[in-house]
Design a protein around this ligand. Structure first.
Ligand code: C2E
Ligand code: MG
Ligand code: MG
Length: 752
């Protein structure tokens, strides 16, 4: 996982948490709001309900007394026992303290255990009260007590008039079942409209009625003590209470509590009201608790999750950096590898967009020699030094990594002294090797690609630098090549060749051309060399120097060379079958092919299959192929020789092979290189060398053929120094195999 992925995870988690927190806060806030709104909305409904219960109760009491009055009216006066039982029934049914009937100066009681004489003394007050309406009467049996008084005028048949009186203890009303629901969250009062308290039931949560006052409003003043504004609003409410049936007031009470005061007039007790006070803070306490718990839980969850994310992040970062260290390390140099290069170049270029850069691909010339001469360990030390020294010579915004074997790639600032620094670098590497006992000079071949503004693909940059480096091949003087468009064109040519080669082989586009070799002693054809020509479908001929180097690099040459050998053998067979004459044909064979283990067997099988005597086929191996793996090459050539296959050394004199090579290599034919020969013709000393070579080859039993003979004068010279065979345009040019056959194989036209 890349670091950027990790940052994304953390940022996304943080964003998710913040979102969750916002959603939770909004949710909690709305929950809180709707809860307190619910409390406020429910309160008036509950008061209304209590009011209807009280009204209903009063109505019932009035009806009961009316019924009782009727019964009394129907009863004869002297039947006291009946009076008493009627009154008692009324008391019991209505829950009165006492029910009495007062007529003349007499008072009939209900038998209750109360002092009814007191009522007789208050007769005047009772008679003054309006019949059929509820009144209050105070200080009846005790100082400060207060009762509801229900007086009812009774008229008998004989016209006699009396008063039925119901005394109802109103103090327990608010504590009774009618206020059951209200009491749970509010303090409740039954008051006279001026505020006198008839009944009061406190509530634990409401901090009012601490002052022993029998006036409701006095208690409210006490409740709102300290809040001038609230007090004046209570006063207004008190005023309005005389007329308004229902009132609701929210005030600020002591200890910053908010109290909701509700007041509701009673219908059946004119001049009386129910009042409640609800402490909203206490009511909201539950939701506060709930909110606090939820917030705490959210916080804990957040801290836990954040810790978990942090832990995972640290862990994954650790794992990632360990994995990165492995993924980006180069085992040999202990530096970074190409994957790191790819990643880091992109970063560096982004951060230093104004700096001109080059990408360099370099390798150590003949590194194989270092390996063989000093061993792998010390050769690896040199590779390591290449990276270490780069770091010392170059800045931190430059890079150098090993790609593989002795191949390096660098990202280097293209400043004024880029060349100087390169020299300095190579010098430092050589100083290191000398100091470590390696006397072999370290030379590097550089391919340089100058980055352009639009360049993004690191692999393309590396490939271009590499294409430039490869353009140096074979030239030991130059050590730096810059990438050019020509190199690119060549690269695309190579790509085209590579993409088409297999199909071309399958389609038979590679054709055998034969160039006759000439015996200048007998002036007669002595054989031929098979040379490949690529005839494109549109008829264009492509010469081997265009595609053979490509095939040699990509290994396809093995296929082509064997194909050529096969074609030559088949054609020879055809000539023989047609009764013609054949001469030996030499076929060029690359080292790739020679190195394949089953090569000799394949050649033998081919010759057997075409029934071609071995002396008619000669295999040409270029001189340069011999440097590759000398010992192995010698053993392959010896094995072929053992099988009776003829071998010739091609292009002798073009490379650096010594005459010494010849003694170990079992060649039958020595082909003198065209360039070497043309030089020999112009200088006496070279002629002498050539003469000696021919003599020596003779001595070794090798045949000599000179390539590139183009005129009579050259033929004469060769004759004079003992060369018997030549190959060149003077005698014959490479021609299609069919034409060669017609010219030399003595076959009648159309016989093939
Ligand atoms: P080579 O094997 O040394 O072939 C001789 C080259 O010299 C041929 O070039 C030939 O056309 C040319 N030549 C012969 N006489 C004269 C002359 O008088 N004057 C001049 N200027 N040139 C002369 P070609 O056919 O273009 O082949 C070039 C090279 O390509 C060959 O050199 C050989 O190394 C390689 N090649 C050609 N065909 C094959 C093949 O089938 N397999 C492999 N591996 N290499 C091949
Ligand atoms: Mg040749
Ligand atoms: Mg040659």
């Amino acid at each position: 996982m890349a670091n950027s992925d990790l940052y994304h995870i953390v940022i996304r988690s943080a964003a998710a948490y913040i979102l969750c927190a916002i959603v939770s806060v909004v949710f909690l806030f709305t929950t809180y709001q709707s809860y307190s709104k619910n409390v406020k909305d429910r309160q008036p409904a509950m008061v209304e309900h209590a009011k209807s219960l009280v009204d209903g109760r009063m109505e019932d009491l009035e009806r009961l007394l009316t019924e009782t009055g009727r019964s009394l009216a129907a009863t004869s006066e002297d039947n006291i026992a009946v009076y008493r039982s009627i009154l008692e029934l009324a008391r019991r049914t209505g829950g009165f303290e006492t029910v009495v009937y007062m007529a003349d100066d007499r008072l009939y009681g209900d038998g209750a255990d109360v002092d009814t004489e007191v009522l007789k003394q208050r007769n005047e007050e009772i008679q003054a009260a309006e019949s059929g309406k509820v009144h209050t009467i105070e200080n009846v049996w005790e100082e400060g007590d207060i009762y509801l008084l229900f007086p009812l005028q009774i008229t008998k048949e004989n016209g006699q008039v009396g008063t039925l009186v119901g005394i109802y203890d109103c103090r327990p009303i608010t504590g009774g079942s009618m206020f059951e629901e209200l009491r749970l969250q509010s303090a409740c009062w039954l008051i006279e409209n001026e505020g006198k308290i008839l009944s009061y039931c406190p509530n634990d949560t409401v901090n009012v009625a601490q002052v022993p006052s029998n006036n409701f409003y006095m208690q409210l003043y006490d409740l709102t003590e300290g809040s001038r504004n609230s007090k004046s609003r209570v006063q207004q409410m008190r005023h309005a209470a005389q007329t308004e049936v229902m009132q609701s007031l929210e005030v600020e009470a002591q200890k910053s509590h908010t109290c909701l005061i509700l007041l509701q007039h009673l219908d059946h007790m004119e001049g009386y009201s129910i009042a409640t006070v609800t402490d909203m803070n206490v009511q909201n306490r539950f939701i506060y608790r709930f909110l606090r718990k939820t917030v705490m839980m959210l916080l804990i969850l957040f801290v836990l999750s954040a810790t978990a994310v942090l832990f995972i992040w640290i862990y994954v970062k650790g794992v990632t950096s360990r994995m990165e260290a492995i993924a980006y390390a180069d085992d040999v140099t202990k530096g970074k590898n190409i994957n790191y290069f790819r990643k880091e170049v992109t970063n560096i270029l982004q951060n230093h967009s104004e700096t001109p850069y080059i990408v360099q691909r370099f390798d150590i010339s003949n590194f194989r020699y270092l390996n063989e001469a000093y061993g792998h360990m010390r050769a690896d030390d040199v590779l390591r030094a290449c990276v270490d020294i780069y770091r010392k010579v170059y800045s931190t915004k430059e890079l150098c990594v090993r790609m593989d074997s002795d191949q390096f790639v660098t990202l280097t600032v293209n400043d004024n002294d880029v060349n100087e620094r390169r020299e300095q670098y190579m010098k430092a590497v050589n100083e290191y090797t000398v100091a470590n006992g390696i006397t072999y000079p370290i030379r590097m071949k550089y391919g340089v690609y100058q980055l352009r503004k639009q360049d993004r693909d690191v692999d393309v940059m590396i490939d271009r630098a590499n294409a430039a480096r490869r353009s140096l091949n074979g030239n030991e003087v130059e050590s730096v090549a810059y990438y050019t468009d020509a190199i690119m064109r060549n690269m695309s040519k190579v790509n085209k060749i590579e993409s088409e080669m297999q199909q071309a082989l399958d389609n038979g586009e590679f054709q055998v051309y034969l160039q006759a070799k000439w015996d200048i002693v007998n002036n007669h054809v002595a054989g031929a060399e098979a040379l490949v020509r690529w005839i494109r479908p549109e008829g264009n001929m492509v010469f081997p120097d265009e595609f053979i180097p490509v095939f040699e690099k990509n290994g396809f040459i093995g296929k082509l060379d064997f194909y050529m050998l096969e074609s030559v053998c088949r054609k020879m067979r055809d000539v023989l079958d047609a009764g013609g004459v054949i001469y030996p044909v030499s076929v060029n064979q690359s080292r790739v092919l020679l190195h394949s283990p089953e090569y000799i067997e394949r050649v033998k099988a081919l010759l057997d299959a075409c029934r071609i005597p071995k002396e008619y086929i000669e295999l040409e191996v270029t001189e340069t192929a011999l440097f590759d793996d000398r010992d192995r090459m010698i053993s392959v050539l010896r094995a072929m020789k053992k099988e009776g296959i003829k071998l010739s050394m091609d292009d002798f004199g073009s490379g650096y092979s010594s005459l010494n090579t010849l003694k170990d290599m079992p060649f039958d034919v020595l082909k003198i290189d065209r360039e070497f020969f043309s030089e020999a013709v112009t200088s006496d000393s070279s002629t002498l060398i050539l003469h000696k070579i021919i003599e020596m080859a003779d001595g070794l039993g090798m045949e000599v053929i000179c390539e590139g003979v183009e005129n009579e004068q050259q033929v004469e010279l060769l004759r004079s120094i003992g060369c018997r065979r030549v190959q060149g345009y003077y005698y014959a040019k490479p021609v299609p195999a069919e034409k060669y056959i017609q010219s030399y194989c003595e076959i009648a036209e159309g016989a093939l």
